[in-house]
Ligand binder design. Structure first.
Ligand code: ZN
Length: 639
């Protein structure tokens, strides 16, 4: 991963963190705040989004982009967790006070000023994920801060309590499918000021805010926390990277984004050097359909025969610019192509900086294209194939994106990808999207109530981490992992029951669980109570620690079985220390020659033999100790 001189680049970064709260009910209706997983929906509703003129007589640019995608929307709901409020047919109920209490705790932990008189606002949502087209949100705290390990304070701009949007299930046949169970679950949004100056600082800040949120009553499952990162460098622009799912992605994503912006700035410089002008970019593409009726390229031929159009455009002096790498495995051509794909629905573009033989375009085809488009050596042509409507849309995108190359980096919201790259998601929303909600009354956070909640604040998680790490002699990372898997409470309970071996409890809750998950086991089937049962058996010497993984594995496969039942099924028996001694004596009697010859070095092979008989029935450490004692005794007798 390439790193940069962040100070010299004027790198600035801010975070926006979303976290679902773990309340019983939703924020503005009385439906249960419970995700339904893969359960089949009870009903579906189809809708379409349409742009309308704003009060200034213009369309919102981001809304037009959404509309141009021409997507339909299908909402899928459940009768028991969705009511007419989520469908925008009923006004909001009063605000959930359980959610407000948790939000107030978080605001205090973030040292924010509490807003005494909250006004519910509407925030426009254009992607269809909220049926009403807006999300209800209220600012609950402002001007807080979170302290990093170094003592540096990252200022918190705003803390809002709002509604979660519906969850997107899939896109099929130009229709986005949204599941409504998630819609309306209380959500906290924490926005920092752009005080973050390096990628590592960004990661730490996200981690600290995350830990802090997870020390309160929030949903502690994968995907309940989401990070957006705002990145800018002085010569570039502000880019919003959405959907950062893992803390570890943050530094890579940021460095790739810096690399992309620097690359785009280099293109801008190169265009100046080549004395090219935005005005020379053509506004209209050429129809090449008739010129390529005899092409060797199978997919173009097939496309044209099925009625598709092949359009081309020539960019004077653009040679090698579409091929310029902006981030790893991502060129300017990729950037244009991504945007075309998203907006027009086409599979992509073809450009002359690419190896055209991969499209089976013969030299003769290329010659014809170049003639028609008047492409010279120093130019670059771009082709698209699709229906008239798709092709027109795609060419619009291409022309506008190429024109922006003269300006530098277009402000965009981009989506984080697993490989550390990002792709265009939508234009950056213009300034204010907040409007007062005429359906809601003012909500008060009275001082008395706030003071009561102040008494319930949990300890700062980084203090907890240090304490635990010291007490149980383990790395801080382990404790962090316990918090981020939502298992710190469970750890507390297990260690109370079984204080002898904290490292075994860590291993069970972290490594063994991860290993089983990697094997494809459904770990969620093992409840806290199951873990408690397993450790009770261990405490009573009914199982050995070697049996823990087998019990967990089978419980993950058969959630309907009790741990006792599984123990019987696995034929897990325990062996008493006395019986173990008898067994060891037996084995020693049969191996006297070995002991005579090898003395203490006989322990290794004998250990193997004993374990063969008692594995899973008693702790290996006990076996080792007993075996060693017996060999020493035997050797004494031999002398
Ligand atoms: Zn409802």
């Amino acid at each position: 991963m390439q790193e940069f001189d962040y100070e010299k680049l004027g790198f600035k970064c801010g975070l926006e963190i979303h976290q679902q709260l773990d309340t019983e009910k939703k924020l503005f209706c009385r439906c249960p705040a419970k995700l339904q997983g893969t359960r089949e929906p009870d009903f579906t509703i189809n809708r379409k989004m349409r742009p309308v003129l704003g009060e200034m007589g213009t369309y919102d640019k981001a809304m037009l982009t959404e509309y141009e995608k021409g997507m339909g929307i299908t909402y899928e709901g459940y009768n028991d967790v969705v009511c007419t409020y989520e469908l925008d047919d009923t006004p909001p109920f009063s605000c959930n006070s359980e959610a407000r209490s948790v939000a107030l705790q978080i605001a205090m932990l973030l040292n924010a000023n509490i807003i005494e008189e909250m006004h519910v606002c509407r925030k426009n949502y254009l992607d269809g994920s909220v049926p009403s087209g807006f999300q209800r949100t209220m600012i609950l705290g402002t001007d807080g801060y979170v302290t990093l390990e170094s003592g540096k304070k990252i200022r918190i701009d705003i803390l809002s309590l709002e509604e979660e949007a519906a969850r997107k299930i899939k896109t099929e046949n130009k229709t986005n499918f949204f599941r409504l169970d998630r819609l309306g679950i209380p959500l906290i949004e924490v926005t920092t000021k752009p005080d973050i100056n390096t990628p590592d600082e960004c990661r730490e800040c996200a981690e600290r805010i995350g830990l802090l949120l997870w020390s309160t009553n929030v949903k502690k499952v994968l995907g309940s926390i989401r990070q957006d990162v705002n990145v800018s460098i002085e010569a570039g622009t502000r880019i919003e990277i959405k959907g950062v799912q893992k803390l570890g992605w943050i530094p890579v994503l940021i460095n790739h984004e810096i690399s992309r912006q620097l690359g785009l700035l280099e293109i801008k410089k190169e265009l100046e050097k080549r004395k090219l002008d935005e005005k020379d970019i053509p506004n209209e593409p050429f129809d090449l359909t008739d010129s390529l009726t005899k092409t060797k390229s199978n997919f173009i031929d097939k496309g044209i025969k099925s009625g598709k159009k092949l359009y081309g455009i020539n960019f004077i002096g653009f040679k090698a610019l579409f091929g310029k790498e902006l981030m790893e495995d991502y060129r300017f051509g990729t950037e244009v192509s991504n945007k075309v794909k998203l907006i027009s629905g086409l599979k992509g573009i073809i450009h002359s900086d690419e190896d055209l033989s991969k499209y089976n375009l013969a030299d003769d085809d290329v010659k014809k294209i170049k003639e028609k488009l008047e492409t010279k050596k120093e130019d670059c042509f771009v082709l698209v194939l699709g229906s008239m409507k798709e092709v027109n849309k795609a060419m619009d995108v291409i022309i506008n994106r190429v024109k922006f190359a003269f300006k530098g980096v277009p402000p965009e919201t981009r989506r984080a990808l697993e490989n550390g790259n990002t792709e265009f998601l939508r234009e950056l929303h213009g300034g204010a999207r907040l409007y007062p909600d005429t359906d809601s009354e003012t909500i008060f956070n009275y001082e008395e109530e706030v003071n009561e909640i102040r008494k319930t604040l949990p300890e700062y998680p980084w203090i907890t981490i240090k304490k635990y790490s010291k007490k149980y002699k383990t790395e801080e990372r382990i404790i962090k992992d316990l918090i981020f898997t939502g298992r710190l409470n469970l750890f507390d309970n297990l260690i109370k029951l079984y204080p002898d071996n904290p490292s075994l409890v860590f291993t069970t809750l972290l490594e063994t669980t991860t290993a089983l998950r990697r094997e494809g086991k459904n770990i969620e089937n093992i409840t806290d109570d199951d873990f408690f049962q397993i450790y009770t058996l261990l405490k009573q010497n009914e199982i050995s620690k070697e049996a823990i993984e087998d019990l967990m594995s089978l419980k993950a496969d058969s959630p309907e079985l009790s741990i006792d039942h599984i123990k019987k099924k696995l034929k897990i028996e325990s062996i008493s220390v006395d019986d173990l001694k008898k067994l060891i004596n037996e084995i020693i009697k049969n191996n006297l020659n070995l002991i005579k010859e090898k003395e203490m070095r006989a322990k290794g092979p004998l250990m193997g033999e004993v374990m063969k008989k008692v594995r899973g029935k008693i702790d290996g450490a006990v076996v080792s100790k007993e075996l060693e004692n017996s060999i020493i005794e035997t050797l004494k007798e031999m002398k």
